[in-house]
Write a new protein. Structure first.
Length: 292
């Protein structure tokens, strides 16, 4: 294998953090690697040339034990021409149930003659309701970079593996897809507080173009995919919800690179079970082979 392209969808930046670490590691191992935001694919010319690599990655955050609907929608629109090898990299706010199943996405890939060779989960800090402490976030980011290096080794050496899905997990994911209705409802009833500086980042960065600004007013449509990118990237945290306020948004927001580079933040002790979720994450990291 000589070349890899990763089609990445990231809301608050956690998935892109892992993708960037993986691309860096692949390049260091002598493989040509790059990534492209998935939502930009429909606007790319010569997609067949873009996808002419040895292996294509599909990276995304888990939404309610499922891939975001936008990911499935974009994959369905990709060219169905020749057989392609691909892998799935998913991130989630915890290792619970391995982030759910990707059985529907696997079916979509199969219909497009894409052969799934590898699948993995990288647990990342929560960005939904629950906010982990900075020391744990820093530890989590460090483990994610180690796991990305291990994934790069697996891909280079073609140590193929996928995550099996039991019937119970498939049923759970099917029920959890009701979240997609809630996502659309959530996005439509967002509002912008008076501290908004009208920088336009939310309008420019919304992957579904659900946010518009005209005549001094923001309008929210019915296409929200619940990625939380608008609130995560808002420089003044001006977003709230008409009914839920800021309950769903983590407080305060965090930025991985800022936490990693801050020498005043002490990395959490991996054996400290007083930290919520530490035991679950540690068990996952052990099974993943990145800690002894």
């Amino acid at each position: 294998m000589q070349s890899v392209l990763i089609l990445s969808f990231s809301g608050t930046g956690n998935t892109q953090f892992v993708v960037d670490a993986l691309v860096k590691s692949l390049i260091e191992k002598g493989i040509t690697a790059s990534s492209i935001p998935m939502e930009k694919l429909p606007y790319q010319k010569n997609i067949d040339d873009l996808l002419a690599v040895d292996l294509i990655g599909i990276a995304f955050p888990v939404h309610a034990f499922n891939p975001p609907p936008l990911v499935e929608k974009i994959i369905k629109r990709l060219p169905q021409t020749i057989t392609r090898k691909c892998f799935i990299l998913k991130t989630s706010g915890s290792p619970f149930a391995m982030g759910g199943t990707t059985s529907r996405l696997k079916g979509i890939l199969s219909k497009r003659n894409w052969i799934l060779k590898y699948e993995t989960l990288v647990p990342m800090p929560s960005n939904f309701i629950v906010r982990y402490q900075d020391g744990f976030i820093k530890l989590n980011a460090e483990m994610a970079m180690k796991q990305a290096d291990k994934i790069a080794d697996d891909l280079k050496n073609e140590n193929w593996k996928t995550i099996p899905a039991g019937k119970l997990a498939v049923a759970l994911c099917a029920m959890a897809r009701m979240e997609r209705i809630g996502a659309v409802m959530y996005g439509h009833f967002l509002k912008v507080e008076s501290n908004c500086i009208k920088c336009g980042k939310c309008v420019q960065n919304c992957p579904t173009r659900n946010i518009s600004f005209k005549d001094g007013k923001f309008t929210f449509g019915w296409k929200c995919t619940f990625c939380m990118r608008c609130s995560a990237e808002c420089p003044v945290q001006a977003f709230s919800h008409r009914h839920f306020g800021r309950f769903i948004q983590i407080k305060p927001p965090y930025h991985l690179q800022s936490i990693i580079s801050n020498p005043d933040i002490e990395i959490a002790d991996i054996m400290d079970d007083n930290i919520p979720s530490m035991k679950d994450f540690r068990g996952f990291w052990f099974k993943a082979g990145i800690i002894d």
